[in-house]
Design a protein around this ligand. Structure first.
Ligand code: AP5
Length: 223
């Protein structure tokens, strides 16, 4: 059965819409959404050793060192839900060493969705993002406003790395690794225009995912 499990990666610059699309992808395809950013934020919140070690890097927009993150991700990939449902990796791998670790463990994606968004738009998305710590919902004050419910509005969080200054550091980190990473997966990369509204972006993603998993005709079929 494991052969039919979907293995999807999503990549893109900070605030390109990965988390937003992952909610829709996980709901439609039943895969487990694994976001290393969310996992790290949960570790920070819990005050674990890993969280303490990661916090400074995250707050300044730097990448967390590979040795801290690779073990965390590899143990997540062994958990039962992932083994049963397949996975949607969001924010990992982010460096060549991380990709190499996956390779060594025999972990390969069927498809890599690359969200393409201009830098100027990314910065606008970063500063307006708010998240609901109770439901995990991602909003944008202008593009995807939260419901007008005082209880929700009161608890919304603005991430500490969501300032323009820190987003520029995150962008730089992203671009310094992106080309090498994408070339590693070039045979399965599908570019998606992330500048459209979120439903239109999801339509493109569905198209790419459905095409990836459509039954392939074997050589010689129909001849
Ligand atoms: P992480 O949490 O992965 O941050 P990121 O890559 O910067 O991505 P974001 O979560 O900022 O954005 P997103 O693409 O998910 O966009 P979203 O959907 O929220 O990582 C954070 C930190 O953790 C890193 O800096 C690093 O320190 C550490 N880390 C994590 N993984 C690591 C790893 N593998 N190695 C080392 N360190 C690691 O959308 C953004 C906003 O835009 C929202 O407000 C949303 O409402 C809005 N929006 C979304 N789609 C649209 C649309 N189509 N139109 C208009 N607005 C939209």
């Amino acid at each position: 059965a494991s052969q039919s499990l979907k293995r999807i990666m999503i990549t893109g610059a900070p605030a390109s819409g990965k988390g937003t699309q992952c909610v829709l992808i996980a709901a439609k395809y039943g895969v487990v959404h694994i976001s290393t950013g969310d996992m790290l934020r949960a570790e920070v919140k819990a005050g674990s050793e890993l969280g303490k070690a990661a916090k400074g890097f995250m707050d300044s927009g730097q990448l967390v060192p590979d040795d801290l993150i690779i073990g965390m991700l590899q143990s997540r990939l062994q958990q039962e839900d992932v083994l049963k449902q397949g996975w949607l990796l969001d924010g990992f791998p982010r460096t060549d060493a991380q990709a190499e670790a996956l390779d060594q463990a025999g972990v390969q994606p069927d498809v890599v969705l690359q969200l393409d968004v201009d830098d100027k738009v990314l910065l606008e998305r970063v500063v307006g993002r708010r998240t609901d710590p109770v439901t995990g919902a991602i909003y944008h004050l202008k593009f995807d406003p939260p419901p007008n419910d005082p209880q929700i509005l009161d608890r919304l969080v603005h991430r500490s790395d969501d300032t323009e200054e820190k987003a520029l550091v995150r962008l730089e980190q992203y671009y310094s690794h992106a080309a090498t990473l994408l070339s590693r997966y070039s045979n399965v990369v599908q570019k998606v225009n992330g500048m459209q509204d979120k439903n239109a972006v999801f339509k493109e993603i569905e198209f790419a995912v459905d095409a990836t998993f459509a039954p392939k005709s074997k050589p010689g079929d129909g001849k």
